[in-house]
Design a protein around this ligand. Structure first.
Ligand SMILES: Nc1ncnc2c1ncn2[C@@H]1O[C@H](COP(=O)(O)OP(=O)(O)O)[C@@H](O)[C@H]1O
Ligand SMILES: [Mg+2]
Length: 329
């Protein structure tokens, strides 16, 4: 394990491969940390290895479309890249598919009756929406339609209720054929070689704290394994220690005035920018160190992904992040 101040290569090839060799990954973390982008980048990496990948979301917002610059996504998977299919969750469609596959009831009379039955069920029984969501992804794993299913998951707190949905339903029903439905799902969800949670953090106070709290909740409230922690948006080291001393001498010494004399006022802006970047990196280092201590210390796979300096979003970011991930190899 390389110390976090030089996080160019934080994870072994075997660890990264073990991550991609799961069958079902839930990518979670605080809003804006990079869940959607990294889900797409992981999919790309797996697809490059020849794996057939299904990418989906939990909230039905279809954000993954942006990462591939595809058209809008729906419940029916769309091919968005070589070996990658993407879908967006729709619990009602999931219910219809479930009924069709399991109960052999013909869908005559349109969706009206199903929709009202669904609304009734979903409001009467907690966990129904969640089970239809998680159930769909577990089903795709069980049927081996794909080699890897990656779920771009909602922010940390919600994931617990989704992952615990089969258990919640178990509590509710206790007997009957539906109970079998929770068993096969739990078999998939509770096998750490098959299913894992990827926790994404950025090196700031709150995201780091939430990641640690999520780890504790996963441990205490579910039987789901952690697959990896990704520390995203890590700033490059601007100066080495020796260079930093030189830089400090310049900005505090009389050379500074000489530089301004020589090259004009813009020197001040350049120095201010460099100072800002250098301070930001220093303040972020403590959070990286904290995450490393909490996770690498406990033998978790910790992957460091650099801050990209691009003005665009979408496919270009997906490609660059996949390259950044693979450079960990
Ligand atoms: N390593 C990175 N460097 C630069 N920008 C990034 C990086 N990771 C993600 N982003 C950008 O940050 C924004 C939020 O990322 P996103 O994946 O949508 O987060 P989330 O799904 O967690 O809300 C997007 O504009 C994305 O392009
Ligand atoms: Mg997102």
């Amino acid at each position: 394990m390389v110390p976090p101040t030089t996080p160019a290569r934080s994870v072994s090839e075997a660890d990264l491969q073990a991550l991609l060799d799961h069958r079902l990954l839930f990518v979670t973390g605080k809003g804006g940390v990079g869940k959607t982008s990294l889900s797409a980048a992981l999919a790309r990496l797996a697809a490059q290895q020849g794996k057939r990948v299904l990418l989906g979301d939990l909230d039905g917002r279809g954000d993954l479309a942006n990462a591939f610059e595809s058209g809008p996504l729906s419940f029916e998977p769309t091919k968005v890249a070589n070996n990658i299919w993407a879908m967006s969750m729709d619990t009602e469609a999931s219910m219809r598919e479930y009924i069709k596959l399991n109960l052999k009831i013909p869908m005559v009379g349109g969706v009206g009756p199903v929709a009202s039955a669904f609304d009734f069920l979903a409001s009467a029984a907690p966990g129904v929406r969640e089970i239809l969501t998680i159930g769909k992804y577990c089903y795709e794993v069980r049927e081996q339609h794909y080699d890897l299913v990656i779920v771009d998951s909602t922010a940390s707190g919600h994931i617990i209720s989704h992952l615990g949905a089969p258990d919640a339903l178990r509590e509710l029903i206790r007997v009957g054929p539906l109970l079998d439905q929770t068993s096969w799902m739990n078999k998939i969800l509770h096998d750490g070689d098959i299913t894992g949670v990827v926790m994404v953090a950025i090196p700031e106070e709150m995201p780091a704290t939430e990641t640690i709290e999520l780890r504790d909740r996963l441990e205490n409230e579910t039987s789901i394994s952690r697959a990896a922690v990704i520390i995203n948006r890590v700033l490059p080291e601007l100066f080495s220690t020796a260079e930093e001393e030189v830089f400090d001498r310049i900005i505090t010494g009389k050379q500074r005035a000489a530089l301004v004399d020589h090259a004009g006022e813009t020197v001040e802006a350049v120095l201010a920018g460099a100072t800002f970047a250098s301070n930001l990196r220093r303040s972020r280092t403590q959070h990286i160190e904290r995450l490393f201590a909490e996770f690498a210390g406990a033998d978790d796979t910790v992957v460091v992904v650099p801050q990209l300096f691009v003005r665009t979003e979408g496919l270009r970011v997906t490609k660059l992040l996949a390259t950044a991930l693979s450079e960990e190899l």
